[in-house]
Design a protein around this ligand. Structure first.
Ligand code: SIN
Length: 332
């Protein structure tokens, strides 16, 4: 996947950047930024995308237009990232598990029981090591602009799960991540990689019997109707990286790009400030639905899940980097 550019290509890129800079400066029409994502409007990401669209319209309306295409209307995350590299779309916010094809380091966010809570995730993302990861895919033409929170993941299934042994043999829907695959293998469960848009049907049809989701996604996808049990494991995190096509981004005239980056910082603050409250609201919706039983774990029971999934760290520590893992742990 890594792209090494030859000199002629670099020269062509510089020339085309200069040309498109001039084109932006001279053109009468606004710059159109297509934001494609897989969630619905009520989700943390959906709300963030709409807020970004609104603020850009208010402040830069004559210069920039953000088109939002949610609900996998254009692409799922895997196809979308390739479309972003081809500049067919310019913004996405895939979950951090979706970047496997472009970098080893971002796998850190999938390590089970690495972060104690969302506050620790936030701390790590804000520190220099976390910020550096935003630039870990530049050679592949993808640049990270911000981290957006969703929340900690919970396990759900068609049967109550209190111990890891009870999950053995079940099929869990996972995102396309080697770490998540290993996590379920560690508890002798199977995993099936499916796009987000296919999860609910796969659970309804019995293709898979379980899943892992933050509260918001479980509720927004109405998994109450297909998953009678949810165990509050908080075993991992599902957050997003707002990404763009690097050539497109750095071709935007400096002044406009700076204003866009300012608006993105504001939206990011808003999305991340409201994440904890949103999580509680969705947890309450699920509890009040009367369809899904929420199973709380004692400290000892949670420790058993942690212990059975912990070998995954060893398996991926060379790929991810031991120092990076230590700095994430230090955020707890
Ligand atoms: C999302 O973007 O929230 C969906 C992540 C997933 O595929 O589970």
């Amino acid at each position: 996947m890594k792209r090494v550019r030859s000199l002629p290509i670099i020269i062509l890129t510089i020339l085309s950047s200069l040309f498109s800079l001039a084109a932006y400066a001279d053109e009468s029409g606004p710059i159109v930024i297509r934001f494609s994502h897989v969630s619905n409007d009520g989700s943390p990401k959906g709300k963030g995308a709409l807020l970004l669209q609104k603020l850009v319209k208010e402040r830069l309306g004559d210069k920039v237009v953000i088109e939002v295409h949610g609900n996998s209307e254009l692409f799922n995350d895997t196809d979308g990232l390739e479309a972003l590299r081809r500049n067919e779309i310019q913004l996405m916010a895939p979950s951090l598990s979706k970047f496997r094809a472009y970098t080893d380091e971002l796998q850190i966010f999938d390590l089970p029981f690495l972060f104690d809570d969302l506050a620790a995730v936030d701390k790590f993302q804000s520190r220099p090591k976390g910020r550096q990861l935003l630039l870990s895919m530049v050679k592949q033409g993808i640049v990270g602009l911000a981290y957006w929170h969703n929340g900690m993941k919970q396990l759900s299934a068609n049967k109550p799960l209190t111990t890891p042994e009870e999950a053995a043999g079940l099929n869990f829907r996972i995102q396309n991540s080697d770490v998540l695959k290993a996590q379920f293998a560690a508890i002798k469960a199977n995993s099936v990689v499916l796009p987000y848009s296919a999860m609910s049907k796969a659970l309804a049809d019995g293709q898979v019997q379980g899943a892992e989701n933050p509260w918001a996604n479980f509720d927004e996808q109405n998994l109450q109707s297909v998953q009678p049990y949810l165990t509050e494991t908080n075993h991992g995190v599902l957050d997003y990286m707002l990404v763009t096509n690097s050539e497109f981004w750095y071709d935007i005239p400096f002044e406009i790009r700076s204003q866009l980056e300012g608006i993105i910082a504001e939206v990011t603050y808003q999305v991340n400030q409201t994440a904890a409250g949103e999580t509680l609201r969705h947890r309450e919706n699920i509890a009040n639905s009367g369809k899904t039983e929420i199973i709380s774990l004692s400290d000892e029971q949670r420790a058993a899940w942690r212990q059975s999934m912990q070998p995954v760290w060893q398996e991926f520590s060379d790929q991810i980097g031991k120092r990076l893992i230590r700095s994430a742990q230090a955020a707890n």
